[in-house]
Write a protein that binds this ligand. Structure first.
Ligand SMILES: Cc1cc2nc3c(=O)[nH]c(=O)nc-3n(C[C@H](O)[C@H](O)[C@H](O)COP(=O)(O)O)c2cc1C
Length: 245
């Protein structure tokens, strides 16, 4: 992304605030799209990329989203909106993309010629990842969870395998992408406000998202108005949250 005078990472982190009132000045659609491309470079669990980004530029749709977000200023005054969706439901598709990618990296040779490392990587996506994501009405997940707790008495084991755990896995990664997006926006002097105060069902209907998807957050975008930031930044004392071990 060729941007002149882009802020450093720490400058952008300090500049980013949750902005509740945006100027009526338009922002560049292409630049926002480039920030979404940077968002998609965030790390994801098993590189599954269980996310989607909906870039809303239509003023009518923005107002519909604002109405479904309880008419929050941050949505109502946004020049553009980005909806970050967690798509745990796409796990089989993303899994296949990873397998296809690995095979293409390995040179599409017969599996018998794979090195140990290549076999390990493929086995990870063909056996381990599906064993975590596969479920049936939450029952399989619960059975796996109990089995893992028992095995865990004897050796270290990955314990989070319930439906709710896998939802968290998808949302964690989507949250990282959201932050990448907001910092990228801050770096070019654009402002954002992350929101979880909305009616998810209505939002899904507005942007035609399937019921199996989940909205990670809605991000209002624009340029801050003078009164756009509500007060000084507040954080609890660092000593309360920092533990050196
Ligand atoms: C997941 C998440 C959801 C949020 N939801 C809302 C929201 O619905 N409305 C809002 O005005 N701010 C929302 N915020 C913004 C927070 O209130 C804000 O990040 C916090 O007060 C710290 O301020 P700062 O972002 O300016 O540092 C949300 C932030 C996050 C991370």
């Amino acid at each position: 992304m060729a941007v002149i005078n882009e802020k450093s990472v720490s400058e952008a982190i300090h500049y980013r605030r949750s902005v509740r009132v945006f100027k009526s000045e338009a922002i560049d659609e292409q630049k926002v799209k480039e920030c979404i491309q940077l968002a998609a470079l965030a790390p994801t669990s098993s590189n599954m990329q269980l996310w989607e980004f909906y870039h809303i530029v239509s003023p009518e749709t923005i107002q519909q989203i604002a109405a479904a977000s309880f008419n929050q200023n941050a949505a109502k005054t946004a020049q553009q909106i980005v909806v970050v969706a967690a798509r745990k439901d796409l796990w089989k598709k993303r899994l296949q993309s990873n397998i296809d990618h690995l095979k293409s990296q390995f040179g599409n040779k017969p599996e018998s010629e794979y090195s140990k490392r290549e076999k390990f990587a493929l086995n990870y996506y063909q056996k381990i990842v599906p064993s975590l994501y596969i479920d049936f009405l939450g029952i399989l997940g619960m059975i796996k969870y109990i089995a893992f707790q028992i095995i865990g008495i004897f050796r270290p084991i990955y314990r989070e395998s319930r439906v709710s755990d896998m939802r968290i896995v998808a949302h964690k990664s989507a949250g990282l992408a959201s932050e990448n997006f907001m910092i990228s926006m801050a770096a070019i002097g654009y402002d954002t406000c992350p929101m979880e105060g909305f009616d998810s069902l209505r939002i899904k209907k507005i942007i035609d998202l399937p019921m199996s998807s989940e909205i990670n957050m809605i991000i209002g975008c624009g340029i801050r108005e003078d009164n756009g930031v509500y007060g000084e930044r507040f954080r609890v004392p660092f000593e309360e949250i920092y533990f050196k071990i």
